[in-house]
Design a protein around this ligand. Structure first.
Ligand code: ATP
Ligand code: MG
Length: 644
């Protein structure tokens, strides 16, 4: 088997071979980036199939993303002695698809509640009913309740000490009840429901335990509680559980990931064999060196040494552009230059960023220059986001008082049902035209007096906008809707989610500041929308095309690219400002001491930086904007420490 692998150009090292050959009993591979963990999983699958004559249906491989699962399957299919049908029969899945399949086969009929906006609408209504709409934003509650689910917490298990606890508990209850009445299930519910199913249906559990003789988990460092318990159940009988991962790459703590599962694996499974992989095959020496230098500052980790196979390599390049818009130009210039010289295709490049809002400038630049790219985040432009859209709509209405779409968008922020209110407005308008059609709304059936006042106030606000600079107008609007809530809500639990909202709004101001007038800014937003639509039609932004990979660092986990751009290597972006402010006001959590929380947040950021730089196979470009959202930003302390 190993000889035929070699003929296929895959020469595994001794440790890798030992892991591949391992058949029964638990096995742990805790190893650094690019050391061939995923490769070992793939080769072991092929080995079990072709040498040990294990049936494909007896293998279960779990991984993190759909893309990773697909890639595993296609890599298995290319290995010697593996028929296409055998490769296809291996269960290589994400936790979600595994759980969903399980539930469906057991007759689960619920519809899937994705990110379609139905949750937002539900919470908007619920909060309004309970007069809490200025206290919580739907989005924050969605994130919070998702975290509860992943910790396997039910509403009745939540604390009810403070007033806020009680409120949140009730809201969580209502949310759960609504989903069950409507026969809806979301992605977090799926995991928990599958777990519950297995713990209650003994026959099913035994059947699965018998079926999956070998269970293998990639990226084990990012498993959360439900996932961990599920795996434990499935592998309980035969104990053939192989897990691979890297505690330095735990980057989903906000999703409940805990690297203690990988660090304590040997305690949980005392008979487990431990295979050490310590050669990085992915990147050149200089890149591996930088990764090691960055991560070595973390205290909460198991020290690992990582040697290098490719000793000849280019050094990482470092640039310090003026701001994020300059940075975007720099990156896109480099890509077009290299591509036009015929040295590389677009698909050889990946651009990584810390947060969606910090990628706004690069996204805009890619669209303006019509560079084919695949947006792993869904392809929505910054200006189409749920937070941004209503603000843009107000600006549009300010410039064009009869703007139909804009008006419709605004109606939801006035707590009226957009379709009905719109129909009413046009009907009134036909009978008696007004300069500002929105004013008809004060006579909309069922509108109370205070609500009429609100509508008039909003109209005054909109009318005051045209004479302002775009960033001033945005400031006024955000004060009107969002900052109210950001300031009113003193909740500690929700701080992080609010940070994201604030960040998006700050970025919107930054984007607008480059334009002298609202009209110019809106023209730019329109240009982006139009070009993006053209690109979609030409399929310049679809998978499989020769296109630049554009994604958050989180999404890049496990992947590799010949050329990687790590953008935003400045304090405040990476490390993210929330981790920096955590170290400043260290009284955020009652459970851990402030210092622990702050340090933990910073270490997670450092792991992100480590993941980012270790994605590069050949070339690595790191850029650090000197100004971020109008304020000076120092070069990321992670880099400075690494170069010390
Ligand atoms: P990550 O921690 O980022 O998930 P990993 O440990 O899973 O990384 P792989 O993706 O399996 O690493 O491998 C990294 C690269 O090294 C891949 O391009 C793979 O083909 C190559 N590789 C793995 N093992 C060997 C080997 N023995 N010889 C040559 N190349 C190898
Ligand atoms: Mg991997």
């Amino acid at each position: 088997f190993f000889r035929s692998l070699e003929q296929h150009g895959i020469q595994l090292n001794e440790a890798q071979i030992a892991a591949v050959r391992h058949t029964d009993g638990p096995l742990l591979t805790l190893a650094g980036a690019g050391s061939g963990k995923t490769s070992v999983l793939v080769c072991r699958t092929a080995y079990l199939l072709s040498v040990r004559s294990v049936m494909a249906s007896q293998l279960l491989l779990m991984t993190f993303s759909k893309k990773a699962a697909e890639e595993m399957k296609s890599r298995i299919a290319t290995l010697p002695g593996i028929s296409e049908s055998a490769a296809a029969a291996v269960e290589a899945r994400t936790f979600h698809s595994f759980c969903l399949q399980l539930l469906r086969r057991r007759g689960m009929k619920q519809a899937i509640l994705g990110d379609s906006g139905r949750k937002q609408i539900f919470f908007k209504r619920l909060l309004r009913e309970r007069n809490l709409h200025e206290t919580y934003q739907p989005e924050t509650l969605i994130t919070l309740f998702s975290a509860y689910k992943l910790e396997m917490l039910e509403p009745h298990e939540l604390p009810a000490k403070t007033e806020e606890d009680k409120q949140l508990k009730i809201l969580f209850e209502c949310y759960e009840q609504w989903k069950s009445e409507q026969q809806l299930i979301d992605y977090d519910d799926m995991l928990l429901a599958a777990y519950r199913l297995l713990t209650t249906d003994q026959n099913l559990l035994e059947m699965l335990q018998r079926r999956f003789r070998y269970v293998m988990i990639d990226e084990f460092q990012d498993t959360n509680k439900v996932q961990y318990e599920l795996i434990k159940l499935l592998a309980q009988q035969h104990g053939n559980l192989m897990v691979v991962g890297d505690d330095d790459q735990t980057i989903y703590s906000f999703n409940g990931a805990r690297n203690d599962y990988i660090l304590n694996f040997e305690q949980q499974y005392p008979t487990s064999k431990n295979v050490v992989l310590d050669i990085n095959y992915r990147s050149g020496a200089a890149i591996v060196g930088l990764g090691n230098a960055i991560i070595s500052s973390n205290k909460q980790r198991r020290p690992k040494s990582l040697k290098v196979a490719k000793t000849q390599s280019l050094s990482p390049s470092f640039a310090r552009p003026g701001n994020t818009d300059d940075e975007a130009q720099l990156i896109v210039n480099k890509i077009t230059e290299t591509q036009s010289q015929g040295k590389r295709g677009y698909q050889d490049f990946a651009i990584l960023f810390r947060t969606a809002s910090s990628s706004r400038a690069i996204f805009d630049q890619l669209v303006i220059r019509q560079i084919p790219f695949i947006d792993y985040g869904g392809g929505e432009s910054f200006y189409e986001q749920w937070v941004v859209k209503p603000i843009i709509a107000h600006l549009r209405l300010a410039m064009d008082r009869r703007h139909f779409d804009a008006m419709q968008n605004i109606l939801a922020t006035l707590y009226v049902k957009p379709e009905q209110a719109m129909a009413f407005i046009w009907n009134e308008e036909k009978q008696q035209a007004k300069k500002w059609p929105l004013i008809h709304l004060v006579r909309f059936p069922g509108i109370k007096e205070f609500h009429q006042e609100k509508i008039k106030e909003r109209l005054r606000l909109i009318r005051s906008l045209p004479k302002l600079k775009p960033e001033q107008a945005i400031r006024l609007l955000r004060d009107g809707f969002y900052d109210n809530y950001i300031q009113a809500d003193k909740s500690q639990t929700l701080t992080e989610h609010k940070d994201a909202l604030k960040e998006t709004l700050d970025e919107l101001e930054t984007a607008a500041k480059r334009f002298a007038t609202i009209a110019e800014f809106l023209a730019f937003v329109d240009e982006i929308a139009l070009k993006l639509q053209e690109m979609r039609q030409l399929k310049l932004a679809s998978r499989g095309a020769d296109a630049v990979h554009f994604m958050t660092i989180h999404k890049s986990k496990g992947l590799e690219f010949p050329v990687v751009f790590v953008s935003g290597a400045s304090d405040g972006i990476l490390p993210h400002s929330s981790a920096l402010s955590a170290s400043k006001n260290s009284d955020r959590s009652a459970i851990q001491t402030g210092d622990d929380v702050a340090e933990a947040a910073l270490e997670e950021e450092r792991r992100l930086a480590y993941v980012a730089v270790t994605r590069a196979k050949e070339e690595l470009y790191i850029s650090s904007p000197g100004y971020y959202r109008g304020k000076p930003a120092a070069v990321s302390s992670f880099l400075l420490n690494a170069f010390k």
